[in-house]
Every structure is written in structure tokens, then in C-alpha cells.
Write a protein that binds this ligand. Structure first.
Ligand code: GLY
Length: 292
């Protein structure tokens, strides 16, 4: 049997029933794409980048095309990726003209000079390394435009962030996360998904985590890193995920969820929201399945 694992999420929150099946399908497709990379000996970094890019391309998720809109009715995207083998990381914040922010995060990680680039500077870097930009309009869907008009007075809400964590056949781990952030957020707001240790963390021998939910509380407890610390203490991965989410609620009244692989490739996930879309691939059969 292949000794590798993948887990992906399409966000924690409360979803309308009409999106449930497309979201579940989308998560399974992303998990399967990443699994094919792992089965063929590819790296955990390649697997999580691909899974997240597939989810960014699917407009039912709050990432890439289909992301929620800020208070100015604009898309501002955050993403990050981390390689557990080297502890290198790359991240982007508040970018407006990229279909796949996770791919730019990867290039920033590989270039190695910086970890986080934001806004126009990040997009200038994208142009310099040959990552195509697009118009903001290409990223805005009719669904999100309608929602923006309905929600102008509504509380901030974030649903449908995407992420992945993987363990490859060489025993390395990686994680990646991508989001449009909170609906109606202040322009320039950057959330946990762009912040290493908060929305994303990966370290070989310990584990890899991608978080979802309301970003500000997640930042305050550095949720991804705090979860990996629990794994190092030897906790079962499901229990580590549950305890980390319980801490998020207890310490800062946070709402969200997370997925993880531990240092041996075992998966875990937990959320304290009404729902979280998450999928993995069964190593024995190669068939994707949803997680509770
Ligand atoms: N977790 C996504 C955000 O708050 O930006």
C-alpha cells in the first residue's frame, strides 16, 4: 500500500444546501488530483499546491474566482504554503489580480528572499516571475455580487476558505491555504490564511495544518502552529485537532476548523461551525471520501 496521505478542506461555516453537493464534489476532485501526484512519487508541496489551485479554480469556494467581496465590492485574496522539509514558506496578502494566489505563494517560497508579499508589490513580483495576472472582474462571480448587495449591513462572515495538508512517500509534509477572507472586510485586511503559523504550518516529523474560519481569533492563538505543537506531544491526530479547536473557542471565542496530517501521515480534522467540507483519499483503494 502507498505510504502517503492527503486531506483537503473547502472551508468551515454554514452553507446553503444548494452548494453542499458541488462543494463536496469539488473537495473530492482536489483530493484526487493531489493523490495522483503523491502516488507517482511527487512531493507533498506539489500535492498541496495542486489541491489548492484546483479549489481556487472552482467558484463554489471562497478562494480565487468566486471569492467573497470586501466592503469596496472588490476581491482581495490571501494564500500561503509551507514546506515541512525545509521550513520554507511563501505567502501573499490582499492580491486582486491573480486566479491562483497559491502559485504565487509557492514562487515566493522558492525564491526564498521574503516570506510574505502583499497587494501591488506581490502582483509586481508575479509579473516578474511570469505568473499571469487577470482583471478583478474575472474573479467576481454573479453569486458573490448578489451576496454583496444583500449583506452590506450583515456581520462579517468567512466561509469556504480552501486548504490542503499532505504527507509524501519520502516522509515529508506540507500545507497550503487560500481564501478571499471575510465578506465585507475592510480593504487591506489580511487574515490568518496569509500568515505562517496561523492559517498554515508544516514541519517534518511533527505535522502540517491548514485552518479555516474567522481569521482574527485564529491569528490570536496562532492556531496552525499550536496544533502542530499538540501533535509533537504525541496526541492522536483527531484528538489534537479537536483539542486545538476547543482551545480556539475557549480562549478567544473563535469559530472555525482545521485539517492536518501528523509526522507519520495520519490525518485529523475538527470544526466548531455547523459544517466543514473536507475530503481525503483512501490509500488502499485510491478512492476519495468525505470526512465528517
Ligand atoms: N480564515 C479566513 C480569513 O479569516 O481570512
Amino acid at each position: 500500500m502507498i505510504r502517503a496521505s492527503i486531506i483537503v478542506h473547502g472551508g468551515a461555516g454554514k452553507y446553503s444546501e444548494d452548494l453542499r453537493i458541488p462543494r463536496e464534489q469539488g473537495a473530492k476532485v482536489a483530493a484526487l488530483e493531489a493523490w495522483r501526484i503523491l502516488v507517482n512519487g511527487g512531493s507533498a508541496v506539489d500535492a498541496v499546491e495542486t489541491a489548492v489551485a484546483v479549489l481556487e479554480d472552482d467558484p463554489v469556494f471562497n478562494a480565487g474566482r468566486g471569492a467573497v467581496l470586501n466592503a469596496d465590492c472588490q476581491v482581495e485574496l490571501d494564500a500561503s504554503i509551507m514546506d515541512g522539509r525545509t521550513l520554507r514558506a511563501g505567502a501573499v496578502g490582499a492580491v486582486k489580480h491573480l486566479r491562483n494566489p497559491v502559485r504565487l505563494a509557492r514562487r515566493i517560497m522558492e525564491q526564498g528572499r521574503h516570506v510574505l508579499l502583499v497587494g501591488a508589490g506581490a502582483e509586481r513580483f508575479a509579473a516578474a516571475v511570469g505568473i499571469p495576472t487577470c482583471s478583478s472582474e474575472e474573479l467576481i462571480t454573479e453569486r458573490q455580487l448578489q451576496r454583496w448587495w444583500q449583506e452590506r449591513r450583515a456581520d462579517l462572515e468567512a466561509m469556504g476558505t480552501v486548504g490542503a495538508a499532505a504527507f509524501d512517500q519520502q516522509g515529508h509534509v506540507a500545507a497550503a491555504t487560500s481564501t478571499g477572507g471575510m465578506a465585507q472586510k475592510h480593504p487591506g485586511r489580511v487574515g490568518d490564511s496569509a500568515l505562517v503559523g496561523c492559517g498554515t504550518y508544516a514541519e517534518d516529523g511533527r505535522g502540517a495544518v491548514s485552518c479555516t474560519g474567522h481569521g482574527e481569533p485564529i491569528i490570536r492563538v496562532t492556531l496552525a502552529r499550536a496544533t502542530v505543537d499538540r501533535l509533537e506531544a504525541g496526541l492522536d491526530p483527531m484528538r489534537a485537532a479537536q483539542e486545538a479547536i476547543a482551545d480556539l473557542a475557549r480562549k478567544v471565542k473563535g469559530e472555525g476548523g482545521l485539517i492536518l496530517v501528523d509526522g507519520q501521515g495520519r490525518i485529523g480534522c475538527a470544526h466548531n461551525t455547523p459544517a466543514m467540507t473536507a475530503a481525503t483519499v483512501d490509500a488502499a483503494t485510491g478512492i476519495p471520501r468525505l470526512l465528517p
